[in-house]
Design a protein around this ligand. Structure first.
Ligand SMILES: C[S@@+](CC[C@H](N)C(=O)[O-])C[C@H]1O[C@@H](n2cnc3c(N)ncnc32)[C@H](O)[C@@H]1O
Length: 379
């Protein structure tokens, strides 16, 4: 770890050492090589030890990264204004992976302000620690936590902000004569990358992506894809009887994702606001993410019977839903802070264009949501 990076406290290092031992045992049990998706799954979600399971303070200024709802409630307010017209009495909002609870609070506050019908706000959170944190933060709000997805018959809006990028990805390397799976081996007390011939399923998936990227990858081209994206969206679609699935995340169309020039993929780790590319440092103490292939996400929704209802950038979506219309704070310091927050959400070099909003609908009129400049044709 670079020397200027803040060292984790000894209690966190102890948890990371325990997770490292579990990962090493898993690699041994798998014959010395572990697919990266399995490594990522354990590093993020191993019970009691993974990044999202061990209760680290991941979000906000003292954590590892900041999400849009953590930056300002204006993000959730725009979502609420966007979805309010399509909510009917008796509808629910289901938020997946609610993080610190900031998005739920902002959405419920704004829905109350715009006199939307009362909704049943539900949260499905895979991390027991985050669920507890959400329960503390949302104590005064009418929110309930689910243990599993509703089986079917859900009416309303399903929200997933920065959840799809936390789904484990498989990593691959393309060589002119073969496709390789890039996995994890032990390297003394640490871990290292190692490539081996891909299984038939991975080779098939990679070939499809090479076509999307224009067939001109250089030898050694490395990237990733998310095997759980299609089943995850399929599961959400199966429970949605009427309403909208809104996926917000950093991501690209398949053509951009698998462009020959993006030769090392999109895998990214976050530790104390430092973004870097080494997922083997302090397992369990840093976030590991990969960008979302929104073409694959849209296709998965359509295959599951949903309608592609909108795709745009975060900046377009927020501006279409009034992010610049809110009254400015009177206090000059607050006003400057508000402006800085909006810049982070909207500027192209910040979150404005890297983050996208994908809307998939069932049994709603066409264009149920104002997404501003609609970029569906690019998918
Ligand atoms: C990067 S955080 C984003 C949190 C929050 N949505 C926000 O925007 O601040 C990812 C969240 O997704 C949760 N998560 C990851 N996989 C999930 C899944 N399959 N279903 C529900 N939640 C999940 C994590 O535990 C965490 O709360």
């Amino acid at each position: 770890m670079d020397s200027d990076w803040p060292a984790p406290p000894p209690s966190a290092v102890a948890l990371s050492d325990e997770l490292t031992a579990q990962l090493a045992a898993r690699i041994d049990a798998a014959g010395g090589w572990l697919d990266f998706a399995e490594y990522m799954q354990l590093a993020l979600y191993a019970p009691g030890l993974g990044y999202y399971s061990a209760g680290a303070r991941n979000f906000g200024a003292a954590g590892d990264f900041v999400t849009a709802p953590e930056i300002t409630p204006a993000f959730g307010a725009c979502i609420a204004r966007g979805i309010a017209p399509l909510l009917q009495p008796g509808d629910a909002i289901l938020e997946l992976g609610a993080g610190s609870g900031a998005l739920a609070a902002a959405v419920l506050d704004e829905l109350a302000d715009c006199d939307a019908p009362a909704v049943d706000y539900q949260v499905l959170e895979v991390s027991a620690e985050l669920r507890e944190r959400q329960q503390l933060r949302l104590d005064a709000y009418p929110v309930r936590w689910l243990d599993t997805l509703p089986p079917s018959g859900f009416r309303g809006v399903i929200l997933a902000n920065e959840v799809a990028d936390a789904l484990p990805v498989r990593r691959f390397r393309w060589q002119p004569d073969r496709v390789q799976a890039v996995g994890v081996i032990r390297d003394g007390a640490a871990f290292a990358w190692a490539a081996r011939d891909a299984d038939a399923q991975l080779a098939r998936e990679v070939e499809q992506r090479r076509e999307a990227g224009g067939d001109e990858w250089p030898a050694g081209y490395t990237s990733e894809f998310c095997p759980n994206l299609r089943p995850w969206i399929g599961g959400l679609a199966a429970c949605l009887e009427r309403g909208l699935l809104l996926i917000c995340d950093y991501g690209l169309t398949a053509r951009e994702y698998y462009h020959p020039q993006r030769r090392d993929g999109t895998l990214l780790c976050h530790y104390r606001h430092r973004a870097h590319a080494d997922p083997f440092r302090w397992p369990g103490l840093q976030d590991i993410t990969a960008w979302v292939d929104f073409t694959a996400a849209a296709q998965a929704g359509v295959e599951a019977g949903l309608k592609l209802a909108g795709y745009t950038t975060q900046a377009q979506f927020l501006m279409a839903n009034g992010v610049l219309d809110a009254a400015l704070p009177d206090d000059p310091v607050e006003r400057a802070r508000h402006a800085a927050n909006l810049r982070r959400l909207l500027l192209p070099g910040e979150m404005g264009e890297r983050f996208k909003v994908l809307a998939l609908s069932r049994a709603l009129p066409d264009a149920p949501l104002n997404v501003g400049r609609d970029l569906r044709h690019r998918l």
